[in-house]
Ligand binder design. Structure first.
Ligand code: SAH
Ligand code: SF4
Length: 363
C-alpha cells in the first residue's frame, strides 16, 4: 500500500493539505472536503467515496497503492477484551510489519484511547514490558493518527451514539522522544474539522524527557502533561528508570516547576507502586516534600506483572496515598482496568512474542 517515496495524507494537518492541493492545481477549498473525508467520516479509500469532481480526479490519480500518497491503515493483528467488557486492546500491524498496541477504554460511559508513540522504547524502565523489548523506531504522525481512527471506527460500530472523548499517550514508547510526530498528530486529531478531541482531554505521559518538557511549555502546547516519577531520591528512581541517569531527579523537578509556572497548568505525576522499592510511607513523605509548591496530582498505578516483576506489586498503596493526601497533594489510584487482558503497556505484544518463540522452539 505504501512505498518509500509515498507520503501519508493522514499525517498532514489541514493547512498542509490545503497547500498540497493548491500546489497540485486543485483549489484549496477542496481541502476541507478531503480532510473531513479522512478524519471525520474515517473513509478508508477516498477514491471509492463520492467526492466533488476535481478532487475525485486528483485522488484517483494520486492516492492509493503504488501512487504518490496513501492513507495509513494498520491491519488488526489481534484483539482482546477484558472480562468486564470495558477495555479492548488492539495489536495493530503497520505497513513495515511492526506491531504496536492501541487500547480503547470505557469508564463511566466515557471513552479513552491509549495510543503508542513508538515501536518499542529506548528508555528501558526495568518493570515495563515495552522497555524490556528495546527501541525499534519512531511512529510517524500518520501512524499515530491512524490509531485514533481505528478506535473511532470500532466505536462507531459498537456505540454509534458515543464519541471518543480522551486520548492518553501511555501506550508503547516515550512520546517526548518522538516530539515532532506526536505534536503533529495531536494537532490533527484535535482539529474540529476531523476527530475533534479537545486539547485539554489529551494527556501526554513522559518518563521525564526534560528538554521537551521545557519545549512544551515554551511552545504553549495545550495538552495535559503527566510525568512518570516512580522514585523520591535519585537512587530510588534511577534503579527503576535508567533515563534518570540522563535527566536526574533534581533537573526533572526543576523542569516541572518551570513548566507549571510558565503554563499555569498542574502536572499529573505517575507512580507505579513496587513492593520494597518505592512504596514506603517514608518515600511518600519524601515525595510530598519534593512536590511542594508544584501544582500536582499523583496517580498511583498498581504494578502490572512483567518479566522479572511478577510478584512485587505493592499492597501498601493506601498508606502511601493517605500520606500524600495529608500533605495536601491530591492522590488517586489509576483503575486497574483489564489486567486480565494484559492491559499494561507493551504486555500484549510481549505475550505474543513469547508465544511465537515457544511455537518456533517446538518446531
Ligand atoms: N513512556 C511514557 C508513556 C508510556 S508508559 C512514560 O513512561 O510515561 C505509561 C505509564 O505506564 C508510565 O507511567 C509507566 O511507568 C507505566 N508502566 C509501564 N509498565 C508498567 C507496569 N508493568 N505496571 C504498571 N505501570 C507501568
Ligand atoms: Fe518507555 Fe514509558 Fe516503558 Fe519507560 S515506562 S520503558 S519510558 S514506555
Amino acid at each position: 500500500m505504501k512505498d518509500a517515496a509515498s507520503t501519508s495524507l493522514s499525517g498532514l494537518s489541514f493547512p498542509e493539505l490545503e497547500e498540497l492541493l493548491s500546489t497540485n492545481g486543485v483549489r484549496a477549498h477542496h481541502a476541507k472536503e478531503l480532510f473531513r473525508t479522512i478524519h471525520r467520516e474515517m473513509v478508508i479509500d477516498p477514491a471509492a467515496s463520492p467526492l466533488s469532481p476535481p478532487l475525485a480526479k486528483w485522488v484517483s490519480e494520486n492516492v492509493g497503492a503504488g501512487k504518490k500518497y496513501f492513507i495509513d491503515l494498520p491491519q488488526q493483528a489481534d484483539e482482546i477484551h477484558s472480562s468486564d467488557g470495558l477495555t479492548r486492546k488492539y495489536l495493530l500491524r503497520l505497513a513495515d510489519g511492526q506491531v504496536i498496541e492501541t487500547v480503547l477504554m470505557e469508564y463511566k460511559g466515557r471513552f479513552t484511547a491509549c495510543l503508542s508513540s513508538q515501536a518499542g522504547c529506548a528508555m528501558g524502565c526495568v518493570f515495563c514490558a515495552t522497555g524490556q523489548m528495546g527501541f525499534v523506531r519512531h511512529l510517524t504522525a500518520g501512524e499515530i493518527v491512524s490509531q485514533v481512527l481505528h478506535v473511532r471506527r470500532v466505536l462507531a460500530e459498537t456505540h454509534p451514539h458515543r464519541r471518543l472523548r480522551n486520548i492518553v499517550l501511555m501506550g508503547m514508547g516515550e512520546p517526548l522522544h518522538n516530539y515532532d510526530a506526536v505534536m503533529q498528530a495531536m494537532g490533527i486529531v484535535s482539529d474540529r474539522r476531523g476527530s475533534c478531541i479537545g486539547a485539554s482531554f489529551i494527556s501526554i505521559s513522559t518518563v521525564g524527557y526534560v528538554p521537551h518538557i521545557l519545549r512544551m511549555a515554551e511552545e504553549k502546547r495545550p495538552y495535559r502533561l503527566a510525568v512518570s516519577l516512580h522514585g523520591s531520591t535519585e537512587a530510588e528512581r534511577s534503579a527503576l528508570v535508567p533515563a534518570s541517569k540522563k535527566w536526574d531527579l533534581e533537573t526533572l523537578i526543576s523542569a516541572c516547576r518551570s513548566y507549571t509556572s510558565q503554563t499555569g497548568n498542574r502536572i499529573f505525576f505517575e507512580w507505579t507502586l513496587i513492593a520494597g522499592k518505592n512504596d514506603s510511607v517514608e518515600t511518600a513523605q519524601r515525595l510530598a516534600a519534593l512536590l511542594e509548591g508544584i501544582p500536582s496530582h499523583v496517580n498511583l498505578i498498581p504494578l502490572n506483572p512483567t518479566e522479572g516483576y511478577e510478584g512485587v506489586g505493592s499492597a501498601s498503596g493506601s498508606e502511601f496515598q493517605e500520606t500524600l493526601r495529608a500533605a495536601g497533594i491530591p492522590c488517586t489510584f489509576r483503575q486497574r482496568r483489564g489486567i486480565d487482558v494484559a492491559a499494561g503497556c507493551g504486555m500484549l505484544k510481549a505475550e505474543r512474542l513469547k508465544r511465537e518463540s515457544r511455537q518456533s522452539a517446538q518446531k
